[in-house]
Write a protein that binds this ligand. Sequence first.
Ligand code: PEP
Ligand code: MN
Length: 350
Amino acid sequence: MIIMEKNVTVQQLDNIVNLILESGLRVDVLKGETKTIIDIIGDERKLVFDNLTLMPGVKEVQPLEKPYKLIVNDKNEKSNHVVKVGDVSIGGNEPVIIAGPCAVENKEQIFRIAKEVKAAGAHVLRGGIFKPRTSVYSFQGLGSQGETEAKEALEWLRSAGQAYGMPIVTEIRGESQAELVAEYADILQIGSRNMYNQDLLSKIGKIGKPVLLKRHFGASIDEFLSYAEYIAAEGNKDIILCERGILSAGKGNSYSRYMLDISAIPIIKRTTYLPIIVDPSHATGRNDLIFDMSCAAIAAGANGLMIESHYNPKDSFVDAKQAITPDELIKIIATTVDINMIINSSKIIK
Ligand code: PEP
Ligand code: MN
């Protein structure tokens, strides 16, 4: 829909209408007392809306089509898409718990954490091998130390997952790592910083394995879903969305690392059929907030949680302040299972 300036000339109106008609679309011009509106009929994606905005006589342009359509919830089709990874279903009635260290540090560490998070009730094992870090001098993950180290760490992660019956998820930080990581991982993670990397998204989409896409901390929900569409456009709908906190406004002491956008959960669930999980670890950066945020996320309808866990949090190579112990994980799982039951039964009452 194009809203014209009050004093638009006949010539200006004709120019716009002709441009739309030349693009193979139809128009409906509504001339009112105070404003003139041009309704566009047809596939709006044929138009460059930014160019239309600059044409003389145009006041405002309001595109109706969303930049994503493959992942939207079709009202006629009630069922949500369940992403199946081995025996684990993500997007069903039960929340899925992904747990593990921020980074794979050595063989003993990942095996011990796998054993303990499995015993706590986790379903999927996480562990970073290619870590996105702000400082080039920080530990970048074992994968960044060379191909041999990357393969070795991937092997440990995979065998730890197999030993304790959990599929594994790990991040692909760049296109050059895609094939190697995909050989080992069951779920391919695209980190927050790479949400906007459309070449990486397309490449990962083509692989065909389930993808865990994290929201960029500066991204709107529309942007988040638009970039998920890059994966779906490659024919891969096994996409798990992950809310992990966004930048908040405000001065003074910043009490948490990011602001967990709880309202994004029901909004995304209504807009798409894809599962959405929450990562309270990167959202808050504080181990004392993980329990509360996990409860809030499941109460808001999240399909699962991704939580950084370590048997000895203070010794974690990366993100020590936000890691929780497997004992704390037990409490979170027990409580969120109850919350989920209440939410599911209240839906039935409604
Ligand atoms: C991670 O999950 O390991 C991670 C780095 O998170 P994010 O991309 O959300 O910062
Ligand atoms: Mn981390």
